[in-house]
Design a protein around this ligand. Structure first.
Ligand code: BTN
Length: 258
């Protein structure tokens, strides 16, 4: 399978995002490649995509495994020039853009803080947002997105099978990867241009898979249990633990107590 530029360009309605696209039949990691392009001052909104990502990186040093030709693995390069306290917002907004896209395909996806994409409680996608800060602003950012699209369940490693899914598993349909990419980029640029942060935070809470639910949360090496009550104005997680609101910048929800 080869990435086909025609359907992609036809539906792209952005000013910047994806107007420059670098396609590789295979690549270790689109995020790593994107950082190389940043060092060469590539254009704002440049997209790096591959059909076959060999060493996909996930959050917290996890690996991201994908089946060649069956999933969407790409990165977008941005030069935000925004204050560092906006970092979390970028990854939350990316999650929203992906769910905007999936909604158009009648897939009701939910978000797990900070930015996992869940369908029927299983992980269908993840986001790895990396940035370089200098002179007190976010100078450059690479947003990496992995979405399981046309995989069958047997194609996932056995140990993760009960926790993961793909669009095809959920809907029984094959999806055109190029069109999913265009659609996500259109929504992402639209949301990033939209400065009404409070409304976007509310949108995120509406699509959250665990709002007002008890969660087990891992922060550093410690697991804590509390009720996730929403987002702070900069997108941090607010969790009530022993009747006290605690704010987390990073960490991982390891379990949702449905
Ligand atoms: C996570 O859930 O831990 C985040 C996974 C992010 C995976 C994507 S795939 C495209 C991009 N390139 C990478 O090496 N990782 C991200």
């Amino acid at each position: 399978m080869m990435f086909n530029l025609n359907p992609y360009k036809e539906k792209l309605s952005t000013d910047y995002f994806g107007q420059t696209i670098q396609y590789y039949p295979k690549l270790d990691s689109t995020n790593t490649k994107a950082w190389e392009l940043v060092s060469e001052n590539t254009q704002n909104g440049t997209v790096v995509i591959t059909d076959n990502q060999l060493k996909g990186r996930g959050r917290q040093s996890n690996k991201w495994i994908s089946t060649p030709g069956k999933s969407l693995t790409f990165s977008v390069i941005l030069y935000p020039n925004a204050p560092p306290n906006k970092i979390n917002l970028y990854s939350l907004i990316t999650g929203l853009a992906i769910t905007d896209c999936l909604n158009e395909y009648d897939i009701q996806a939910k978000l797990k803080w900070p930015n996992d994409i869940l369908i029927n409680g299983k992980k269908a996608g993840g986001i790895l947002c990396e940035s370089k800060i200098s002179g007190g602003v976010i100078k450059s950012m690479v947003i990496g997105i992995g979405l399981n699209v046309n995989e069958r369940i047997e194609e996932f490693p056995e140990v993760i099978r009960k926790n993961v899914t793909s669009l095809m598993i959920e809907n029984g349909k094959q999806y055109q990867i190029e069109l999913l990419l265009t659609n996500i980029l259109n929504h992402l640029e639209h949301r990033i241009k939209n400065k009404e942060t409070n409304l976007q935070l509310l949108d995120w809470e509406k699509r959250c898979a665990h709002l007002n639910q008890t969660v087990t949360f891992r922060s550093g090496n410690e697991n804590v249990t509390g009720v996730f009550i929403g987002l702070s104005s900069s997108g941090q997680a607010i969790i009530v633990i022993n009747n006290k609101e605690v704010i987390f910048d990073s960490g991982e929800i390891v379990d949702i107590d449905y």
